[in-house]
Each structure stands twice: as C-alpha cells, then as structure tokens.
Design a protein around this ligand. Structure first.
Ligand SMILES: C[S@@+](CC[C@H](N)C(=O)[O-])C[C@H]1O[C@@H](n2cnc3c(N)ncnc32)[C@H](O)[C@@H]1O
Length: 309
C-alpha cells in the first residue's frame, strides 16, 4: 500500500516522463557516462553486477547500467505510469526488470545487490532516513551505493521555495499551460513542474549526509564534484536556468484572466526577477572570488556520491 505522498509524487512524475522525446531520453542516458568519467568512476566495475535502480523514473539509469555491462538490473518506482514509460524506453534490454515498489519498503531480502543506484528520490519521500536504511539493507557487503540528493544553499532552491506557495494558488494546470505556452523543451517542463509541485522537497547538507552514511557503516564516501553537465555547472548556467522561471512567469501573466491570476502571476514574475537580478549582480561583482560566487549562486547543488558498504 502506497501512502498519499507516494501516490501524488508518482502521478506527477509519471505524467512528466511521457513527454520526453527519444532524443532527450538518449541524452539523459549519456549523462550517466559523462558524469561517471568526469568523476573517475571505473565503469568496468559494473560488468556482471546485480543492480537496483531505486526510483527509476524514465529508466535512463537502468538503461545506462545495462549498456555498461550490468548483468541484472531491478528497477523500481512508485509510479505505475512512469514504469510503463520506462518499460517502453528499455525494450531492448531484457536484463532490466521493472517492478512497482517504494524505497521506503523494498520487497527484497537483505544483501541482494552489488550496486544500489538511487538518484533524485529520497528527498521526495516523507522518511529520508528510512529510505536510506532500506537502500543499505538490500546492499551486499562491499557493495556500492550511488546517491543523488538535493544539497543546501544557493539561490535556486530559495526562489523555488518562494514560488511554490504562489504557483499552488494558481494551480498545477494553469502553470503547466504557461510552461507549455512558453515553448520550453519537455525536459525543462519536467524539472520545473517537479520543483514547483512535488509534495516533499528536502534539502540535506553534505556534512549531515556524510555522517548518516558513516553511522550506517559505509567505509568510503566519494563525492562527485566534477562537471555536472547541467544548470549547476557554473553560476552562468544557473542564471540561464533561472531566466526560464522568468519566462514561465511571463507566460503565466499572459494567460491570467481573473484578478487573482493577474496579481499572483505578477508576484511570481517579481519574485523570479528579484533572484535573476541578484545572480546578475553577483556575476558582475568584481569583489567575489569564483568560490564565493559559486557558493552564493549554486551552493552545494545536487549531492552526488558513491559510498562503499
Ligand atoms: C526526480 S525523479 C528521478 C528518476 C530517476 N532516478 C532519474 O534520475 O532519472 C524521482 C522519481 O522517484 C520516484 N519516487 C518518488 N518517491 C518514491 C518512493 N518512495 N519510492 C520509489 N520511487 C519514488 C518518482 O516517481 C520519480 O520517478
């Protein structure tokens, strides 16, 4: 039985994966290889391994693990619609098996997998620690856990968290129309609809996560800090991404028909502009070192790490 948060989160994502084109899916698979190489992860280690892709979404990481020689991949997600899309994306790979399940209650015996891959999931659950202990339970001794969770700091989460109550009043359908009208590609629509409407969005500091992993008995914790190949790669990339929120707000303004929509979309635009202006100011501030600029604009960004049990 899934809880209400799992159902709402699963339905939101399930709808968003459907629209990714096959080219966008292929690009998202390639990101795995690019990031692994940039962070000196030995891709050969994957050969013959038994893997769990926990919260598989579109199935992109399951496919990437299969391409790099994993022998068996079990992919789970709470979203039945998402799993349908993932099955479709992974048709060619019979070493991938999909199953509906929650990371909070994994239907597998202890020590089942050599690799547990969990990207972008724990911060959307209502029990981060339970999820982390479940992932650890099903991992074999000496197995590896890959995690991506939202880190703290930076400006992106601040503007998103400021925008969330405004867009909640405008409604998901209204904002989705605004995004579609703005002409942003489907992967941007996915990211913004996720950020603006997902029920749970928890940020974790690296030091806190590191301590949790040590407490769970992990021996080596290797944080991936190199090129992210996305909006967190540089403060300028962060600005380009935030400008898209400005475009969404403008598009929403043009759709407003009631007084309430007019005022709320105006508030959304002013909120986005305030953050956009601040990033622009920071980018042209000669007194900031590049480290300070990164800390102010991006903060910790997404925390990616591989921990060995
Ligand atoms: C941001 S997406 C990440 C998908 C995939 N890991 C990736 O990186 O492309 C989050 C995914 O986690 C799934 N999810 C959310 N809560 C979950 C839970 N408790 N158990 C399993 N999956 C969950 C959502 O349905 C969604 O597909």
């Amino acid at each position: 039985m899934q809880n209400q948060i799992e159902n709402t989160t699963g339905s939101l994502f399930g709808e968003l994966w459907k629209d990714l084109s096959s080219e966008q899916f292929r690009d998202s698979v390639e990101l795995f290889t690019k990031r692994a190489i940039a962070n000196n992860f030995d891709l050969d280690w994957l050969k013959g391994k038994t893997c769990l892709d926990a919260g598989c979404g579109s199935g992109r990481y399951s496919v990437a693990l299969a391409i790099h020689g994993a022998a068996k991949i079990t992919a789970v997600d709470v979203s039945s619609t998402g799993l349908e899309t993932a099955r479709n994306n992974a048709q060619e790979f019979n070493q991938i098996q999909f199953q509906q399940a929650s990371v909070l209650n994994l239907p597998f015996p202890d020590q089942s997998f050599d690799l547990v891959w969990c990207a972008g999931v724990l911060h959307h659950t209502d029990n981060f620690d339970k999820g982390l202990s479940e992932l650890t339970r099903v991992l074999k001794p000496n197995g590896k856990l890959f995690l991506l969770v939202y880190g703290a700091g930076g400006l992106r989460w601040k503007v998103i968290k400021a925008a969330r109550p405004i867009v909640a009043d405008l409604g998901q359908t209204f904002i989705d129309r605004a995004i579609q009208q703005s002409g942003l590609p489907a992967n941007n629509r996915k990211n913004y609809m996720d950020d603006l409407f997902v029920p749970v969005q928890e940020l974790t500091r690296f030091t806190e996560l590191n301590q949790k992993l040590i407490d769970l008995g992990y021996s080596s914790i290797d944080r991936w800090t190199e090129n992210t190949f996305d909006h967190e790669n540089s403060p300028k990339d962060q600005l380009s991404d935030m400008l898209k929120l400005g475009e969404i707000a403008e598009s929403a303004q043009s759709l407003a028909t009631t007084k309430s929509e007019t005022y709320h979309t105006e508030l959304l635009k002013r909120t986005a502009d305030m953050y956009i202006n601040l990033i622009q100011e920071a980018l042209s501030d000669p007194n900031l070192t590049s480290e300070q600029l990164k800390d102010i604009t991006i903060g910790e960004g997404n925390l990616r790490l591989i921990a060995t049990k």
